[in-house]
Write a protein that binds this ligand. Structure first.
Ligand code: B12
Length: 224
């Protein structure tokens, strides 16, 4: 029964995003909460999965910019309801993260999902937003003394800016860990740009961050 209900609500969240039906999303998200179902699962199986279909529809030229924006609005209606109910995770490691979408790029949906994962895991997140000037990442890393910098880019044209940011951060602080992501980014690109890591989605981003910070803290202990 509860499994059938869960599937039904995930479908409603997903279809609500695809059909930019904010009421449907709100109703399904509230039902997830009222029935004590897992809010994280609903975010990923419902909302994010719907947004992925929206991306495909855009690429097939079924959807255009106005639809994308309405779908994103519907997704945020669901996130606002579900996020406070996402279980705080204790993964045995937290840290300070500076995060943003690189200059020239306004695609921030993916970055916001990654941010949410870090928030839920208890990280202190400094979110610089989108279309962030390259030097701002360097300044904020130094100001906050963050352990990690997360860079997001969704276009091949803006992705190349990551290389400069990484270079500039390394010059000022060789120890900080840098993770990059976004649709055009890959493991190979992360290696070429000199990042410490790449993750294909928000769950892997958190997992990899925990591993990186574990290694960083161990190194700090060893060199004390
Ligand atoms: C939604 C969308 C938009 C929205 C963005 C709204 C917003 N506030 O974000 C709007 C309508 C504004 C838009 C505008 C444009 N867009 Co657009 N857009 C998309 C679309 C359809 C979906 C992106 C998305 O939100 N996906 C859903 C989220 C959940 O997934 P995600 O972003 O990939 O994020 C996940 C991972 O990548 C990863 N991740 C993301 N960031 C990070 C960071 C780190 C550190 C890590 C570890 C992981 C990570 O985790 C996330 C969660 O799991 C994509 C197509 C696609 N299939 O990706 C095109 C796409 C990105 N857009 C594209 C283009 C060209 C444009 C425009 C130039 C169009 C135009 N002619 O005006 C403008 C550019 C404006 C600009 N200067 O940035 C192209 C880019 C092509 C390229 N290779 O360069 C794409 C690929 C579509 C296409 N095939 O042509 N777009």
């Amino acid at each position: 029964m509860s499994d059938a209900l869960k599937q039904e609500l995930h479908e409603k969240l997903k279809n609500g995003v695809i059909n930019y039906d904010e009421d449907m999303v709100a109703e399904a998200a509230k039902a997830v909460v009222e029935n004590g179902l897992d809010a994280s699962e609903a975010v990923f199986e419902g909302l994010v999965s719907g947004m992925q279909v929206v991306g495909d529809l855009y690429e097939e030229q079924e959807y255009f910019v106005p639809e994308l924006l309405m779908c994103a609005d519907a997704m945020y209606v669901g996130l606002d309801i579900l996020k406070p109910h996402m279980e705080k995770k204790d993964l045995g490691m937290t840290g300070v993260v500076v995060m943003g979408v690189v200059q020239g790029d306004v695609h921030d949906i993916g970055k916001n999902i990654v941010k949410m994962m870090f928030d839920v895991a208890g990280f202190e997140v400094y979110d610089l937003g989108r279309d962030v000037p390259l030097e701002k990442f360097v300044e904020e890393q130094l100001r906050t003394d963050s352990d990690l910098v997360c860079l997001s880019a969704m276009m091949t044209t803006t992705m190349v800016g990551m290389r400069d940011i990484i270079k500039q951060i390394r010059e000022k602080n060789p120890k900080v860990k840098i993770m990059i992501g976004g649709a055009p980014v890959s493991e190979d690109i992360a290696n070429v740009f000199g990042a410490d890591g790449y993750a294909k989605d928000a769950s892997n981003a958190l997992k990899d961050a925990i591993n990186m910070l574990g290694a960083l803290k161990q190194l700090q202990e060893d060199t004390k």
